[in-house]
Design a protein around this ligand. Structure first.
Ligand code: UN1
Length: 454
């Protein structure tokens, strides 16, 4: 199979054309990664730390080139692409300190002499399957903690982000990561399945359907697995919020990067008197999001699925408050769109669409707003907009979501804190921060008793 990756803003521009290596080649590459792992662990904390620091430096030195590649391959708006490159370097620098972090704890024995200690050890080869929407940052936030604690990494990127992932592998090699320590295996479903079938620990970010299959396959083999799946994220706007400020955050969360983030907002819930002013402010704010801030969606199929969903909502009685069409220009663009009166069972209120489209819902009070927000199996990130910290924090307690963002867009994450969703949005241990170091290691308990004698 040939992997083809096109520029979403200019579909004539073929960014990568690579032969997928096939399942056997993936198994062989995982074998080489496994052979490289003991040496990588034995190299020690200082060597792993230095290698990750050099990797960060390599990314920073080529920031402009990488920014341009992200823009070209996945259509990310340039400011967001530049931010992603900076975030990638910061993630690598953050985890470059992790080899020095405590690897366990010392305890007293329950009775008698001796001591007990726990020690965290890497699994071997971390098999990573990454999406196209953060083509450098997600590979980095999975790979860096895995590498820091002494695993080697085999990574299968989404086909749409093949060029970015291959460039990252070149930079890892230029930064002096030894052969077999960070391997990128371009490919599709066959290569992904072969990776899940051979890796010692698996981390996945992508669609709910594929993620569930990955979790089942890894669980069947008895290897640890984490999966970050889709989000159908809500934003709650209370009557005391400044409508203009809330609308600016919401417009960014709905339409920035064409809503192609698992943390994007797709359901706006206006509470009580917030409804009228928010609707006006949000229609205005979405109208101001230009093509440069929104960008294209990833494929013609993604565009057609979005426009089809808007049409079917319209046919079911929904009102298009703004957008709803496709701009007259080359590239896979969809206008930032806000709909009202979308029936509760319509797919736009049930499934993740990964596009610059949101529905506006009205709730009589906070209780109804929370019930509406929680009425989804895909609760990743929810934002709450209110001047009252008491109300916002109380709402945060009652929302089923892994990330609650108060007076901020639902999108945007801090890589040094745990990241993940509630209910069906995530499976397994959290990503990022210290949680990632736990995920990529198994704890051993060692009991030390006196040997006795003289
Ligand atoms: C962000 O909101 O900046 O796949 C990051 C995704 C998420 C990352 C979101 N895992 O979109």
């Amino acid at each position: 199979m040939t992997i083809l990756s096109y520029n979403p803003a200019d579909p004539e521009d073929l960014v990568a054309e690579v032969d997928a290596p096939g399942a056997e080649a993936v198994r062989a590459a995982v074998g080489r990664a496994r052979a490289a792992q003991p040496g990588w662990l034995a190299a020690g904390a200082a060597a792993r730390s230095a290698a990750l620091t050099r990797f960060a430096g390599a990314v920073e030195e080529r920031a402009e080139e990488l920014t341009a590649l992200i823009v070209r391959e996945v259509g990310k708006p340039v400011a967001e692409a530049r931010g992603e490159v900076g975030r990638t370097a910061a993630i690598l620098r953050y985890y470059a300190q992790a080899p020095y972090a405590p690897a366990g704890a010392v305890h007293e024995t329950a009775a008698g002499e001796g001591l007990l200690l726990t020690r965290r050890r890497p699994y071997g080869v971390a098999g990573l399957i990454t999406p196209w929407n953060f083509p450098l940052a997600i590979p980095a936030w999975k790979a860096a903690p895995a590498l820091a604690v002494g695993n080697t990494v085999a990574l299968k990127p989404a086909p749409e982000a093949t060029a970015c992932a291959l460039r990252l592998a070149e930079l890892a090699s230029a930064a002096g990561l030894p052969e077999g320590v960070f391997t990128v295996l371009p490919g599709g479903a066959e290569e992904g399945a072969a990776l899940v079938d051979t890796a010692d620990v698996v981390s996945f970010t992508g669609s709910t359907g594929v993620g569930r299959a990955v979790v089942r396959a890894a669980t069947e083999r008895g290897v640890p697995v984490q999966a970050e799946l889709g989000g159908l994220n809500a934003a709650l706007v209370l009557p005391d919020a400044d409508p203009e400020q809330a609308a600016a955050h919401l417009a960014a969360a709905i339409a920035g990067y064409a809503g192609q983030k698992c943390t994007a907002t797709s359901r706006v819930i206006a509470v009580g008197a917030a409804h009228e002013p928010l609707r006006a402010a949000l229609v205005k704010a979405l109208g101001l999001v230009d093509d440069a801030a929104c960008g294209p969606v990833i494929s013609a199929a993604a565009r057609d699925r979005l426009t089809g969903a808007v049409e079917s909502a319209r046919a079911a009685g929904a009102t298009v408050l703004t957008g709803g069409g496709v701009p007259e220009r080359p590239g896979w663009y969809v206008e930032p769109t806000l709909l009202a009166d979308v029936p509760a069972e319509h797919p736009l209120r049930r499934e993740e669409f990964f596009g610059p489209v949101a529905v506006l819902l009205a709730a009589a009070d906070l209780d109804e707003a929370i019930a509406l927000a929680n009425d989804t199996p895909h609760s990743l990130a929810t934002s709450v907009h209110s001047r009252s910290l008491d109300v916002a924090l109380a709402a945060a307690d009652r929302l089923d979501a892994g990330m609650i963002r108060i007076n901020a867009p639902s999108s945007g994450v801090d890589f040094h804190l745990p990241f993940g969703g509630a209910k069906g949005a995530s499976h397994g241990e959290r990503e990022q921060g210290a949680a990632a170091l736990d995920f990529y290691t198994a704890s051993r308990t060692v009991s030390v008793l006196p040997a006795g004698g003289a």
